[in-house]
Design a protein around this ligand. Sequence first.
Ligand SMILES: Nc1ncnc2c1ncn2[C@@H]1O[C@H](COP(=O)(O)OP(=O)(O)OP(=O)(O)O)[C@@H](O)[C@H]1O
Ligand SMILES: O=C(O)C[C@@H](O)[C@H](O)C(=O)CO
Length: 334
Amino acid sequence: MNPLKFEQNRLLDIIAIGRLCIDLNANETNRPMEETSTFTKYVGGSPANIAIGSARLGQKTGFIGKVSDDQMGRFITNYLEENNIDTNGVTVDKTGAVTGLAFTEIKSPTDCSILMYRDNVADLKLHPSEVDEEYIKQSKALLISGTALAKSPSREAVFLALEYANKHNVTCFFDLDYRPYSWTDEAETAVYYNLAAEKCEVIIGTREEFDMMEKLLNIDKSDDSYTASRWFSYRADLVVIKHGGEGSIGYTKDGNSHRSGIFPAKVLKTFGAGDSYASAFIYGLMNGKEVSEAMKMGSASASIVISRHSCSDAMPTNEELNQHMETAVYEPAK
Ligand SMILES: Nc1ncnc2c1ncn2[C@@H]1O[C@H](COP(=O)(O)OP(=O)(O)OP(=O)(O)O)[C@@H](O)[C@H]1O
Ligand SMILES: O=C(O)C[C@@H](O)[C@H](O)C(=O)CO
């Protein structure tokens, strides 16, 4: 069963809002950053990656965000446009802010980390006045991700986008995307995550991300079914809890649960798994697939991206995804 209904007759399928940055992924893998000398530049940031994944799969995709007024900012906007993403909602910072940089260190397939340069970044300067109600109204869905809630005015911009989306029946997806290095205070983080989740129809996160939200409320059960049930008295119809290489579980408001296994991959690096999962999972749901099938599509997309060098540029097309699902081995959840 698919519990979601999307407004039809809208110009766009999905608009993502938030972080647009640059990933500099180590070319020399299996070594620490200290010994890495060359990197390849890609567009990065969780909502950017999800938007790129959506567009590659054929979704009419738009973006609301802010880029720096320099070569890096222009690189990002050009790349989004080359990938058929509508950039009418992307504004250019005029205060001298810079583009966030994420240097990735790939010590081994399972030991990857990200070194962030995020002082005075343009994406967190997105202002509520730059969020256009008419633009959001044209879309079937809105995707938010947690990092944009880390600072004002981007935080207020996201809450305003959620208000408009709720008002105009635009289905809201929340990919928790908790990046501790973007936040300074645990209670502040949890409060804003919980407030945003109340306004969303679909919440997707890892067990650890939900634990972070629940710790503030002294919930220490780490119980997936309980975690999901907390959101059904708000707007949520569907809550997905991801467990890395062990797959994921989705709960629907009608009391059912759905498990997805994984497509074992030759892992190059683990980051990007969540973004590729989200883009294909959302695509599946928006195209009438059952929850379990959409989750399987998410897992297939993730297995493709973790076996490639980048997060954004590695996103599969519809054809690649279908082919992978037909030919790759699927390991059902235990
Ligand atoms: N080692 C793996 N092999 C195959 N598939 C995997 C592996 N790790 C993750 N996945 C797939 O990716 C999905 C999301 O992974 P995970 O739970 O690690 O999300 P995440 O922590 O949000 O990812 P990210 O590292 O991008 O933040 C999983 O549900 C699974 O389908
Ligand atoms: O901003 C980050 O934390 C890194 C991203 O740029 C990266 O593309 C990512 O989020 C992968 O999930």
